[in-house]
Design a protein around this ligand. Structure first.
Ligand SMILES: NC(=O)c1ccc[n+]([C@@H]2O[C@H](COP(=O)([O-])OP(=O)(O)OC[C@H]3O[C@@H](n4cnc5c(N)ncnc54)[C@H](OP(=O)(O)O)[C@@H]3O)[C@@H](O)[C@H]2O)c1
Length: 234
């Protein structure tokens, strides 16, 4: 039976990986919410929907058409957004509106959320926003899977200094040392830089297999099955 997926953030680094995986699954019918038309590559099971995230009234009708799974991979940076308020709208308020509208219209649906390592502590602007969204999911009654990656590895076209440093210097060292000496340490892998493809794969599989009311958090070894498994760890 066809399952209906809605994705927000499909043009981002993790989102593009999610869409590539979804494109290989003809049993899934996908609606991707984008800000600008023509943002996404064509796929036979994909419908691109131009969506005004600022329009609070637009969220309810989104889930009139069927939705079994909502994937949220939205995000920005304070610098890119231009202000704290603008940052919070993207990282906190849009996800909150999506979750609330889905819970009202389709309480049996599931959610897959890209959050961040440290969101369970929720300190500061960035992690506070992530913690608020995770908290809303927890009380929504919706089955949900939350990915909490550390630094993301990707081929992002936009230059971000911290990501470039992590990708080129810290990640290779961190991963090599982890495989050699800390293969069995969940704490080590929790903070290890992780490729966007691995996050997308883990989140999509976990989200699709959720049972009603189930909640899962994916972090550390859940997002690094390759290195950890290769070095003999469960
Ligand atoms: N970067 C890291 O190291 C890292 C680490 C841990 C967790 N995370 C989290 O992982 C998630 C995904 O990260 P990512 O690097 O894949 O994100 P990304 O590449 O920056 O993509 C962000 C997505 O959000 C959308 N977006 C941004 N501003 C928007 C706005 N004002 N209105 C509507 N949509 C907007 C973008 O759409 P457009 O294409 O239209 O801009 C894009 O689809 C984020 O929540 C991020 O906080 C990131």
């Amino acid at each position: 039976m066809t399952q209906h997926v809605v994705i927000a953030g499909g043009t981002g680094e993790v989102g593009r990986q999610l869409l590539a995986l979804l494109a290989q699954r003809p049993e899934l019918s996908v609606r991707a919410l984008v800000r600008r038309p023509g943002s996404l590559p064509v796929a036979s099971n994909l419908e691109e929907v131009t969506f005004d995230f600022e329009d609070a009234a637009a969220y309810g009708p989104l889930f009139g058409p069927p939705c079994d799974l909502l994937l949220i991979a939205l995000g920005t940076t304070r610098a890119k957004a231009g202000s704290t308020e603008a940052f919070l709208r993207v990282d906190r308020d849009y996800p909150l509106r999506l979750i609330s509208a889905l819970a009202t219209t389709r309480p049996g649906a599931k959610v897959g959320l890209v959050s961040s390592v440290g969101a369970d502590r929720g300190k500061g602007l960035y992690l506070g926003a992530k913690a608020t969204v995770e908290g809303e999911l927890a009380t929504s009654g919706l089955a949900n899977a939350i990915a909490r990656p550390s630094f993301l590895r990707s081929d992002r076209r936009e230059f971000r200094l911290l990501e470039a440093l992590v990708n080129r210097l810290i990640a290779p060292l961190w991963l090599a040392l982890g495989r050699a000496a800390f293969a069995g340490s969940p704490g080590w892998w929790r903070w290890a830089p992780v490729h966007v493809r691995e996050v997308a794969e883990a989140l999509l599989e976990a989200s699709l297999s959720l049972k009603p009311g189930q909640r899962r958090v994916l972090e550390g070894p859940d997002l690094h099955p390759g290195p950890v498994a290769r070095w003999g760890r469960p």
